[in-house]
Every structure is written in C-alpha cells, then in structure tokens.
Design a protein around this ligand. Structure first.
Ligand SMILES: NC(=O)c1ccc[n+]([C@@H]2O[C@H](COP(=O)([O-])OP(=O)(O)OC[C@H]3O[C@@H](n4cnc5c(N)ncnc54)[C@H](O)[C@@H]3O)[C@@H](O)[C@H]2O)c1
Length: 327
C-alpha cells in the first residue's frame, strides 16, 4: 500500500523532503497546504498533489503529514495531526523555545503517533563516521572538538525568508534556527554535555536574532567543545560545516555535511582521507518505513529534547555574559 503524504508548509525545506520522498517507492505526496497560496499551487503542481484549502483537509486526506512551516506554526499543526492519530514529521527546531518543544514532545508521546524530527544530520554518513570513530577505543580518549558552522544570513539568497528576522516566528537566530543541528551532534558524538558557556552577537542589528554564537561545552568524560556559528553576508558561499576532533590517538576531521571528505590521522603516522558513499541515507525513507511498520521513528521528537535544552542553556549563559550553566 502506498503511503499518502501531506505537507503543511510549501517552502524551501518542503522541496528538499519532496526530493527524499521521490526516492521512496511506496510514498506519494497527495495533498499540500501553505498560507501562501502561490507557494501551495507551485508545490502542488511540482509534486502532482492536490491544492488543499486548509490544514485539516491535508490531515484528512493523508496517511502521514510533514509540518514544514516556519517554526512558530509547528505546535498547533503538530497538535492537529496528532489529534487525528496520524504520523507526523516536524522540522527542527520543534518550537520557538524549550517549554514549547517539551510540550510538543509530551503531546506526541501521549497521542502515541509515529513522530520524527528534522535533525537530519544524524543520518549523515560523515557524522555517523565521526561518531563511530570517537566511540572506537582505538582512537583513544576524546579530548576536544572544534565545530565551525557558517552560512549567509538566510533572510536573503535562496532562503529569502522574512520570518527568520522575526523572533516571534523563528524563536532566535543562528544558534536555535540553524545550529540546533550542531548542538544535537555535539551531544550525540561527544556527550553527554554537562556544562555550557556561551556568548552571542548581533552584527546585523536585528533584535532577538543573533548572527554569531560561540558556545563552549564540557562533556561528562571531560572533553572540551567549542562551537562557532556565524551568519555572514558572503552569499556566494554555501552553508558549510567543518569539524575537528582530537582523541588521544587520532585526529579526526569532517568537511561538509554529508559525504565528507573525512580525514583520520593516527598516532602511528597513518594519514587517510576518505570520501564516503552516500549509501542509502535518506531520512524521508526512514520516516515512511516507520509509518508503514508502526515502529518508532528515529530521530523522534524526544531525541530533540537535549538539543533544545542545550540551546536554552546557551541563551541563558549568553544573557548572563557567558556564565557557566550546568546541564
Ligand atoms: N532540517 C533542516 O536542515 C532544515 C533546513 C531548513 C529549514 N528547516 C526548518 O524548516 C522550517 C521551514 O523552513 P523553510 O526554510 O522551508 O522556510 P520557508 O520560508 O521557505 O517556508 C515556510 C513556509 O511555511 C508557511 N507557513 C507559515 N505558517 C503556516 C501555516 N500555519 N500553515 C501553512 N503554511 C504556513 C509559509 O507561508 C512558508 O511558505 C523551519 O522550522 C526551519 O527551521 C530545517
């Protein structure tokens, strides 16, 4: 049986999920809705889907629903999908703050619906490789991670979103809106994070929307992590991550979000650069498989709680001029 998929929100990320779903045999996008009617029509035409006139119409006519609106609209729509007892995929961040995200996690758990969050980098072959390397006793004790993430401020260029300059819709700037992925990866690869210090800056002068966040974290095993997240104006530069980890017996490096290249330098002098295979990594296929089997999806909403807690702690630290926050 083909899974009928609906979309609430027909913007940029909806298009990326549509590409993922196109690689899944047993899923069809059947119904879509956006408060912007031109976007609804364009996305519906591209996907061969019905132009719905309300969120309820999408929910009624779909077996599973993607919530890909701006962040502030996620909770109400997730609640509507869960109330209908249907599986839901929601983009990150789940909500504009920790309290909202926590309530959403509790809500889908109580409803007992299959739920997945858009922390898609957990499916990245490069970051999975890094996690395996750090966990491997052969690389020695994890000591430090330097995580650099930058993109041009997404109120221009291909993102061109007005809502990312509005804290009521986005919650905050670079750290929550974009680098919540990085906070998740830091804890997933190096964690658990036990302490955070952070500072933020607002070079673009947009109230509540930081364009530079610098986070220092300490993990339970005593490793140190530094994250620098920058929203600049170099529009010719694609969104890029570069991550270096020192373990006692290996230097590990990831450049790029998905297939690397990754690099491993061993204590015995071996130095390898590896271009990873894309493999079958496809978070949309994972969601559809969970919908079909009724098994829990991965990463589910609850998996995002830690990243939301770390973002909240970082903002509290920044508000207190970099004070240490214990997690
Ligand atoms: N996982 C990732 O890597 C990733 C990447 C980009 C964006 N995102 C997240 O995806 C979400 C959307 O981002 P985007 O880049 O696609 O933004 P976008 O501006 O391109 O699209 C958002 C769309 O939501 C629509 N919308 C707002 N409220 C609505 C409502 N109540 N009902 C229906 N439609 C509504 C808007 O009209 C707009 O078309 C955000 O939460 C963002 O943080 C995740």
């Amino acid at each position: 049986m083909t899974v009928r998929v609906g979309f609430l929100g027909c913007g940029l990320i909806a298009g990326f999920h549509a590409l993922g779903l196109a690689r899944v045999d047993d899923a069809d996008i059947v119904s879509v809705f956006d408060v912007d009617r031109d976007r609804t029509s364009a996305f519906a035409a591209a996907q061969g889907a019905t132009v719905a006139t309300s969120a309820d119409e999408v929910i009624d006519t779909s077996d599973a629903v993607y919530v890909t609106t701006w962040t502030a609209a996620h909770p109400e729509l997730v609640a509507a999908v869960a109330a209908a007892g249907k599986p839901v995929f929601c983009e990150k961040p789940l909500g504009v703050d920790l309290a909202t995200a926590t309530a959403m996690i509790d809500l889908v758990d109580a409803a007992g619906v299959v739920n997945q969050v858009g922390l898609v980098l957990r499916a990245s072959p490069a970051f999975r490789w890094l996690r395996d390397q750090v966990a491997d006793e052969a690389t020695g004790t994890p000591m430090s991670m330097v995580f650099r993430d930058d993109q041009y401020i997404p109120i221009q260029g291909m993102y061109d979103s007005t809502w990312r300059r509005d804290p009521a819709k986005a919650g905050a700037g670079a750290l929550l809106e974009h680098s919540i992925h990085d906070l998740d990866l830091i804890d997933w690869i190096m964690g658990p994070v036990t302490e955070i210090n952070a500072v933020t800056a607002h070079h673009h002068g947009i109230d509540g929307i930081e364009d530079q966040a610098t986070v220092m974290a300490r993990t339970g095993s005593g490793a140190h992590v530094v994250l620098s997240s920058t929203w600049h104006d170099i529009t010719s530069r694609p969104s890029q991550r570069s991550v270096e980890v020192f373990c006692a017996d290996a230097h590990l490096r990831v450049d790029g979000d998905w297939t690397g290249p990754v690099r491993r330098q061993h204590a015995d002098g071996r130095d390898e650069t590896i271009k990873l295979d894309h493999g079958n990594a496809n978070p949309d296929a994972d969601f559809i498989a969970a919908v079909r089997t009724g098994q829990p999806a991965n990463p589910d909403f609850r998996s995002a709680l830690c990243a939301h807690e770390l973002a909240d702690a970082a903002y509290r630290s920044a508000a207190a001029n970099g004070a240490t926050i214990t997690i």
